[in-house]
Design a protein around this ligand. Structure first.
Ligand code: MTE
Ligand code: MO
Length: 317
């Protein structure tokens, strides 16, 4: 189990647990009273573990959520290293998710830079339990907290030229030790077609399991696109750009024969190194646990298949 503490203080300054516990109760009371915004502006807010006020959202799967310990310790976040345990080992102390700004720019009528605590208040926070399926053939079920990315799109008013959205992750060597390796071309970028970005399933995500995102899961804000492979869901966003041209993403740049632009979960199109027909669910390892069949669009076909009507998904992988 991780020790959850504010990530923006040195270990020598750590508050004794009993004081910390009281502070957590205070934070929860403040949240209940709707004070989150005021607190956020007052001082460095939202330490790891801070509860978020949420309401149940639509589209949740009834499948059992993967335990918090698995979701927060088995992570892909190459900015902190390529081992699954690297992000939970390093990110809790080295990434500082406050203060944080997100630039929103490109083909929109209202470009600007949002403070994370304002961005978080654009729409009510919902809890959405989604399946996440990594191209490495493991999957998880995560109760995310956020709101549809479409809520943000409405506010910034895309122009007629906006056809795609590009997401860019923080790239700061001081906070992210993995940047010294050349596995990917930093910063990490990902992209969606505008209609994919506007689909209500696409979640601008600020938390999981009812609390702010742990750093290793992409604090303070990431996207989650549940019908696409996990790598489309870029973490720790600093820029969201609306473009007229299809953006290249980091994985495409690194290995174009393995990763395309669309990256829809598709059991009939294998990755050169991993079959996509089946998957193992995190937290269910063991001799007697059968692999699960992977579902088309990760089980969200009813909601998203029409986005790809008439497209050859073997060609547009
Ligand atoms: N910035 C950034 N975002 C990222 C990645 C990454 O390496 N860097 N890895 C991706 C991959 S491959 C997956 S499977 C998911 C994992 O999300 P999780 O660790 O919260 O489960 O994050 C995605 N987002
Ligand atoms: Mo992944």
């Amino acid at each position: 189990m991780l020790i959850r503490r504010p990530s923006n203080i040195r270990p020598s300054e750590i508050t004794p647990p009993h004081v910390w516990h009281r502070r957590r109760e205070f934070v929860q009371a403040a949240l209940a009273a709707g004070l989150v915004g005021a607190m956020a502006r007052g001082r460095a807010a939202a330490p790891a573990g801070t509860k978020l006020a949420t309401r149940p959202g639509s589209y949740s799967t009834m499948e059992k959520p993967t335990p918090f310990e698995q979701v927060t310790n088995y992570c892909n976040f190459y900015e902190f290293g390529t081992d699954k345990e690297d992000p939970s080992r390093t990110a809790p102390n080295s990434l500082h998710p406050r203060p944080w700004k997100v630039a929103i720019e490109g083909e929109i009528r209202k470009p600007g830079t949002f403070d994370i605590d304002d961005l978080m208040q654009l729409a009510p926070l919902e809890e959405r339990v989604y399946r996440l399926r990594c191209v490495e053939a493991w999957s998880a079920v995560v109760p995310w907290v956020g709101f549809s990315f479409a809520e943000l799109i409405k506010k910034i008013e895309p122009t007629g030229n906006a056809k795609f959205v590009e997401f860019t992750t923080l790239a700061d060597r001081k906070q992210m030790p993995g940047l010294s390796s050349g596995v990917l071309d930093w910063p990490y970028t990902e992209g969606l077609r505008l209609d994919e970005a506007m689909h209500p399933l696409t979640l601008l995500t600020f938390g999981l399991y009812g609390e702010v995102l742990p750093n290793q899961n992409g604090a303070p804000v990431r996207v989650v696109i549940p019908w696409k492979y996990g790598f489309k869901s870029a973490k720790s966003l600093v820029k969201i750009r609306f473009t007229d041209k299809q953006p290249l993403n980091s994985w495409q740049k690194a290995a174009p024969q393995e990763y395309g632009f669309y990256s829809n979960v598709n059991p009939t199109v294998d990755h050169p190194r991993w079959s996509q027909a089946t998957e193992r669910r995190l937290g269910e390892d063991g001799l007697f646990n059968k692999r699960r069949p992977t579902q088309m669009f990760n089980g969200y076909a009813e909601q998203v298949a029409q986005l790809y009507a008439g497209m050859d998904l073997k060609k547009f992988y």
